[in-house]
Design a protein around this ligand. Structure first.
Ligand SMILES: Cc1cc2nc3c(=O)[nH]c(=O)nc-3n(C[C@H](O)[C@H](O)[C@H](O)COP(=O)(O)O)c2cc1C
Length: 322
């Protein structure tokens, strides 16, 4: 290997910094990277786990997104990441260890890397222009490459999803723990660099499938004149439901979102329908074979303009040593 230990450490730290762009539930950015001259170790930041995420599913998926972002950054830098995922029963200890080998940067990885800076959760309604079946196949392949599955939902499935999302919204509106959490994460001080600020939230409106309402304790912008007619809704699921499966679901989610961004599409994950066990059980029936629902995505052609960028914490806060 021609690269020196010092250069390697620099590349690993740079990848961990780049991973800050990853999506995370409520923009909690719940991960920590321990860096050395040989590896990156990914840890979950337990203090950033949501009270309404008792089994840590959203936390692990968020960590998986950061892991995938770091690997894309390394690949774009001409390094092949080798990821060892810990088969963990608890979230304590390293979730994954990333080491690298040298190689040439591949075009696909460069495209995904460029997409990392452009991707934003777009909560506006997408246009009537359909997402091509070739693009849908690429999104499915992106999920498969990371050990998860993406099932595009049919019109019948969407009827179920719409009903389940409506039920989730009713429960959220009346659950004190959820409301408390929403109040906290939608009213973060600017210097915190996290949370879901009003500039990125949309006000509630009639939608094909309701999106999570972040505007109870803040404002938001209009979802726009479109109706998501051409949007594809996909259910991301895994074969089993261990912590490692959830981490992989996060890696797959990141791959799907970046692939969509690279194709010029808008996207947004949504997880409120997964957070209630009985509602999640209803989604089980949408999967054609056995599988464990992890998260949903909406992908489509966005209307003109771009949604505002979400804040990020200073990288030093999630690097050990800073
Ligand atoms: C595990 C997970 C769950 C999420 N759930 C939702 C959701 O239910 N509704 C939503 O609008 N966005 C959801 N998001 C998107 C985050 O809110 C978003 O990534 C975060 O606010 C940062 O914004 P960005 O994606 O534009 O960088 C989720 C993201 C992740 C990784």
């Amino acid at each position: 290997m021609n690269i020196t230990g010092l250069q390697l450490r620099g590349a690993l730290i740079e990848a961990a910094r780049d991973a800050l762009a990853a999506p995370s539930v409520f923009n909690t950015q719940p991960w920590i990277w321990r860096t050395s001259t040989e590896s990156l170790q990914l840890f979950a930041d337990e203090h950033r786990r949501l009270a309404t995420d008792p089994d840590g599913r959203q936390l692990m998926i968020s960590c998986g997104c950061a892991l995938h972002h770091a690997c894309v950054a390394l690949s774009a830098n001409g390094l092949i990441p080798d990821v060892q995922r810990r088969r963990a029963e608890t979230i304590n200890g390293p979730l994954a260890v990333v080491t690298v080998r040298e190689a040439a940067a591949h075009d696909t990885q460069l495209n995904l890397y460029r997409a990392m800076a452009r991707r934003r959760t777009d909560r506006r309604a997408f246009t009537a222009e359909p997402v091509s079946s070739a693009t849908v196949s690429t999104l499915i392949a992106a999920a498969e490459q990371h050990g998860a599955h993406l099932q595009p939902l049919t019109a019948d499935h969407l009827t179920v999803l719409r009903q389940v999302a409506g039920e989730a919204a009713v429960r959220q509106a009346t659950e004190p723990a959820y409301q408390e959490e929403l109040l906290r994460w939608t009213n973060r001080p600017a210097e915190a660099g996290d949370g879901v600020p009003a500039v990125t939230a949309v006000t509630a409106s009639e939608r094909r499938v309701p999106v999570r309402d972040f505007t109870y304790f803040s404002s938001g912008y209009s979802a726009g004149p479109e109706h998501d007619v051409g949007a594809v809704y996909g259910l991301l699921f895994t074969d089993a439901d261990t912590l490692t499966d959830r981490l992989r679901a996060g890696e797959a989610l990141s791959a799907v979102l970046l692939t969509a961004t690279a194709a010029g599409l808008g996207s947004s994950p949504f997880s409120d329908v997964i957070e209630f066990p009985d509602l999640r059980a209803k989604l089980l029936r949408l999967i054609s074979g056995p599988g464990q629902p992890q998260i949903l995505v909406r992908v489509g052609h966005p209307p003109p303009g771009r949604p505002a960028q979400s804040p990020r914490r200073p990288a030093a806060q999630m690097l050990d040593p800073p």
